[in-house]
Design a protein around this ligand. Structure first.
Ligand SMILES: NC(=O)c1ccc[n+]([C@@H]2O[C@H](COP(=O)([O-])OP(=O)(O)OC[C@H]3O[C@@H](n4cnc5c(N)ncnc54)[C@H](O)[C@@H]3O)[C@@H](O)[C@H]2O)c1
Ligand SMILES: O=P(O)(O)OC[C@H](O)CO
Length: 316
């Protein structure tokens, strides 16, 4: 293939394996790395043009520092597909990769992408976002197929935060369904969840419109409505009386929303951002409230206008 690229995928979990298949069907030379193998052989023998990380959040910094010890071509593009936030630093995965490789382009890949559906060859769309348009377009070509439609976007912070913040709202959506609160409640929760995501995103430098696209609203809808989502499952099972440790032990893979929720509470406190849904999810995960008490606390907050910043000329 004339445009075939050498692609190294870090992380052979559910998402890394699925992305490896997507890149391979387009004729790229794909090398999938799992932590049981030496990374040295894969990086030194294959001269990667693209290195994609699908490592869960807790491993990103360690893996980035291992990769730093290998010589790479200066034009090698890093792609991050992790949806999480680092505790204490509150860094996003792309911030960790960019700090480790300041002279390389970094692209965020995120969207409504339940890996089990993609692995079954069902149609799906995603977003690749970068400040470097050429890098985003190269990654778009590597993954685009008749079953996987890839859009570019110039707002990596917004795309990355959309995929990350929705995981907390998906836990809340699982609780809502687990308690059988009905369709009205779910619609209210998801819509107010999106408001919360926009509020945090704007504060962290994202573009508001990005949250209304595939990586924001799109991923929120997918994750809040599917039992395939591990984050949704956490909420659903907690609502059914299981303990958090028990739920996490039985999950197939990582539910990033649990840690993301804790990091978000730190960010919200530091920056005085009101995030009532996240706060109730946090208290529930910490065992401080029951699902029913969390619901009452949300419903009985002080009544207020729907929008924080409605245009002045539209106000009474
Ligand atoms: N599965 C999906 O549908 C999906 C879709 C989009 C994004 N994501 C995101 O992709 C990331 C990975 O998700 P997943 O579903 O593949 O999870 P997973 O639990 O199936 O796989 C995680 C991978 O990270 C590796 N890993 C963890 N810590 C590591 C460390 N310290 N060193 C080296 N490797 C380490 C694991 O070995 C494993 O290969 C998550 O951030 C998730 O939110 C997942
Ligand atoms: O299984 P989850 O909850 O990690 O969701 C997977 C993807 O992020 C959906 O886009």
């Amino acid at each position: 293939m004339p445009n075939s690229k050498s692609v190294v995928i870090l992380g052979a979990g559910a998402w890394g394996t699925t992305l490896a298949k997507l890149a391979a069907i387009n004729g790229n030379q794909v090398h999938l790395w799992s932590r049981q193998e030496p990374l040295e052989k894969i990086l030194e023998n294959n001269n990667p043009q693209i290195i994609l990380s699908a490592i869960s959040m807790k491993g990103v910094r360690d893996v980035a520092s291992i990769v730093q010890s290998f010589p790479l071509a200066p034009q090698t593009i890093f792609v991050t597909a992790t949806k999480g936030l680092e505790p204490h630093t509150t860094y996003t995965p792309s911030q960790i990769w960019q700090a480790a490789f300041p002279n390389h382009p970094v692209v965020v890949l995120s969207g409504p992408n339940l890996s089990q559906e993609i692995a079954q060859d069902l149609p799906s769309a995603t977003v690749v976002a970068s400040k470097n348009a050429n890098a985003a377009q190269s990654v778009q070509l590597v993954f685009s197929s008749h079953r996987f439609r890839v859009y570019t976007n110039p707002d990596p912070v917004g795309v990355e935060l959309g995929g990350t913040l929705k995981n907390v709202i998906a836990i809340a959506a699982g609780i809502c369904d687990g308690l059988h609160l009905g369709t009205n409640a779910k619609a209210a929760l998801v819509t107010r969840g999106l408001t919360e995501m926009v509020r945090i995103g704007k504060n962290l430098g994202a573009i508001t419109e990005t949250f209304y696209g595939l990586s924001g609203l799109g991923d929120l809808l997918a994750t809040c409505n599917s039992p395939l989502s591990r984050n949704y499952q956490v909420g659903y099972q907690l609502a059914n009386g299981k303990m958090l440790e028990e739920v996490l032990a039985s999950l197939p893979g990582t539910a990033e929303g649990v840690n993301t929720c804790r990091v978000l509470m730190e960010i919200a406190k530091q920056r005085s951002i009101p995030i009532p849904i996240t706060e109730q999810v946090y208290q529930l995960l910490a065992g401080q409230v029951t699902p029913r008490v969390a619901l009452d606390k949300l419903m009985l907050r002080n009544i207020k206008p729907e929008f924080d910043d409605f245009p002045r000329e539209q106000m009474w």
